[in-house]
Structures are given as C-alpha cells and as structure tokens.
Design a protein around this ligand. Sequence first.
Ligand code: ZN
Length: 132
Amino acid sequence: MAKGENVERDDCQGRERARLEHCPECGSVDMRNNLYFCRGQRLRVYVQCASCGSFVARYILRGYTSNKTYESLLGRMRDTRLTSGKRTMHLVEGFGARIEEEYKRVLDLVKTDEDQRRIEEIIEDDYPESLE
Ligand SMILES: [Zn+2]
C-alpha cells in the first residue's frame, strides 16, 4: 500500500455495490457539496440538490482524498511537521493509482450494475449492525 492511501476495499470482492445519489424531491442526480468545518469535530458535507435546492443528505467524513498526489499535498501544506515527514496525515489522503482504480470501479458499477435500492434500504439490508 502506498503511503497516504488507507482505504478499506480489500474485503469488498463480490459484495460491493454503487449508486448515484438522487434528490428525494425531484429525482435529479446533480448535487452540490457544502463543506462544513468546525475545529475538533469531523468534517461534514451537506449535500444539496443543484436542480431544486432541496437538502439531500449529510455525510460525516473520516478522511478526505483530493485529486493531488501525496507528495504534491505535502508541498501544499504549510505545516513543516508534515513536510519533514515527522507526522502522519490521518485526515488528508493523497490521490494515487489505488484511488483512481477505486474511482473508475465505482463509476463502472454505477454505469453497469447500479444498485436500485434506496439508500435507506441498502443501509437496512447490508448494514444491519448499524441499526442495533
Ligand atoms: Zn431536487
């Protein structure tokens, strides 16, 4: 695993699903991500429908991956603890071959075998432990 890439996907073989986010009000798949930052709390993304403006969903992030490589990210950070390599980046993750592969895989899944269940159904069916 390349440094800066720590996404869990190794055990998803045969169990992975993908789906486009749909607006519950108008059905659009055009979304706007509103990012919320509050020190000491996890990053939050409030998804808004770009077509009708309705609230669609809120996501709480454990990590963030940009389109920059790890090395390029280090160069963009002002913190010398990061650039000197003395500190591991837990929150920010660099873009790499693995992420690109995952991204293409998800786009392909959505295109060829999109999960037609509502997100609530997917959570109920596939993540029962989260409802306990
Ligand atoms: Zn909408």
